[in-house]
Ligand binder design. Structure first.
Ligand code: AMP
Length: 526
């Protein structure tokens, strides 16, 4: 069978690794693609795979793996007396929980220590023993663009690498490696007989063996593999603890308010500590800012909405005023503030697109759940460590009685963020995922202008009038044409003609493949 570069040149190139480089310069000099029509992703593990060897098809296999043994992927510090602390790499035996409704927390035993302590563990911190997911270099859902972000970090050494699912060929993996200058990506494919390879001349029973080989020999790669890329983005456990998964009305005495972070339309927001162990954000709602029963009904829904790009609602204290909403803490506060503080100093187009991609990913999840945010804006996106951006405050505006906030102006009997809200929502109360898309266009404007007020100098009423006549904000200085086109798509008069978040998400993920010229000047992102 021939080997074709499917990604770039399309030529037949036997026995050389597939590499689709980041820059056009690299494209000329690096290896050309290999190809094998790969196996169906549902393919069974190869017959010659010994039982003791890794099986590289999780997580579909996760449930069916008879093994009760798991490896910790990250350190975890117990938050209550009922849960178990562990270190990355530690072996754990799951006693139960895997198939119960409490799938976010499992009861487990630590096998590393002599006393074999037992307790609850967050299930998203572990992977089945000997599965590919347990390997320090495996990053399952990482996108090519995010792989570059992980690897292009000041201080990263040549040879740093990771393996991820291929975006273009389901069932294949991709190897991303930093050669000292730029990141190269190689497709890891599988023969029909099950062996893995980068170049067909050298095949391996599993991906681990492949990694071990290329750690010893460069053999055609741009560089010999060195240290696996560090897993910096630690996931959030599901909720505060095993118990609060269901009992999420918590005792307000278990909270300590440490530092005021800001004030918003709801009231003050504090950095706090839960149970003396867990940093959290605490929103204290102004008395009378919403009906308790409305809030609890909405919060029930919000608690079920879980996505890495949405702020997780942990718990509430709703029995007395002020109501507290306890959520995950984001170290760098609101995106609006973050952008304004930077003002274009260090944030460049690559990071701006990344912000948009992450918000679109969170919103695509809300879209899939038919949940309308109603107040998407840079002030409601929060910034965490390692350039993580998450959407906050979804659903709250519906039940909020806003009093005094600049962005919110009176419309009929309510106050609304007019400059972010779609005309049909303002005029006919038609809120939908498509009105969220309109707001996303305005958020994009905020991102490229480093947090400038949209329609500056105009009142809400003037904006609405102008929009009705077909006016749209002009392209901000330095805004790539492609980004401006996306804004205009989001601001189409007819809601049906606006894109979906799912489409936007892919557009941003592919942005640099489609528009490579933006890459060269923005190689390093912090
Ligand atoms: P809000 O009431 O949501 O508008 O929040 C007011 C301000 O508090 C925001 O602009 C942020 O600076 C800060 N803030 C809100 N939620 C969080 C959080 N989960 N983590 C860190 N800071 C937050």
């Amino acid at each position: 069978m021939g080997n074709y570069c499917q990604k770039h040149c399309g030529t037949l190139q036997p026995y050389v690794p597939c590499c689709y480089p980041s820059t056009s310069e690299d494209k000329r000099t690096s290896y050309i693609a290999d190809s094998i029509v790969i196996s169906n992703p549902m393919v069974q593990p190869p017959v010659n795979l010994q039982p003791s060897q890794p099986v590289a098809r999780a997580p579909a296999q996760r449930a069916s793996l008879s093994s009760k043994f798991y490896v910790a992927l990250y350190d975890y510090q117990a938050r209550t007396t009922e849960d178990l602390s562990f270190k990355a790499g530690e072996l754990l035996e799951v006693i139960n929980g895997e198939d119960t409704q409490h799938s976010g927390w499992w009861h487990a035993r630590a096998l590393g220590s002599a006393h074999r302590k037992e307790g609850y563990i967050p299930s998203n911190f572990v992977a089945p023993f000997k599965s590919i997911e347990a390997e320090p270099w495996f990053f399952r859902d990482l996108k090519r663009m995010d792989a570059e972000k992980q690897l292009l970090y000041p201080g990263v050494e040549a040879g740093a690498f990771l393996i991820r699912d291929s975006e273009t060929q389901r069932g294949d993996y991709s190897l991303s490696v930093f050669d000292g200058t730029s990141v190269k990506h190689y497709r890891i494919k599988r023969l029909d007989t099950g062996e893995y390879f980068v170049a067909r001349k050298k095949t391996f029973l599993d991906v681990t063996a492949l990694v071990e080989y290329y750690k010893r020999y460069q053999d055609g790669l741009c560089v010999r593999l060195g240290q696996p890329c560090e897993k910096k983005e630690v996931p959030e456990p599901f909720g505060l603890s095993y118990k609060t998964q269901d009992e999420w009305e918590i005792d307000r005495n278990s909270l300590r308010l440490l530092k005021k972070l800001g004030s918003g339309q709801f009231g003050d927001v504090w950095e706090g500590m839960w149970n003396n162990t867990t940093p959290v954000a605490i929103k204290t709602l102004k008395p009378g800012s919403m009906e308790r029963k409305d809030f609890l009904r909405e919060a029930q829904i919000m608690k079920k909405l879980r996505h890495p790009k949405l702020i997780q609602l942990y718990a509430v204290c709703s029995l007395e005023d002020p109501i507290y909403i306890i959520t995950e803490l984001m170290r760098h506060g609101s995106l609006q503030q973050y952008l304004q503080n930077d003002g274009g100093e260090s944030i460049k187009v690559q990071q701006q697109v990344d912000m948009a991609a992450q918000v679109a990913a969170g919103m695509a999840y809300l879209e899939s759940q038919n949940y309308v945010h109603r107040d998407l804006a840079a002030r409601n996106v929060l910034v965490g460590e390692h350039n993580v951006y998450k959407v906050a405050d979804f659903g709250l505006t519906r039940i909020l009685k806003v009093e005094n906030e600049n962005a919110y102006e009176p419309v009929a009997d309510k106050k609304l963020p007019i400059k972010w809200t779609a005309p049909e929502a303002l005029q006919f109360n038609k809120f939908s995922v498509k009105s969220d898309i309109w707001s996303f266009g305005v958020l994009l404007y905020e991102i490229v202008t480093y947090g400038k007020m949209p329609y500056v100098g105009l009142t809400g009423a003037q904006v609405l009038q102008k929009l009705e006549k077909g006016y749209r904000m002009p392209r901000p200085p330095n805004c790539p044409l492609e980004l401006y086109q996306i804004m205009l798509d989001c601001w189409k008069k007819s809601p049906e003609e606006r894109p979906t978040f799912e489409t936007l998400r892919w557009q941003f993920d592919d942005f640099f493949e489609q528009n490579e010229s933006y890459f060269d000047s923005n190689t390093f992102v912090g």
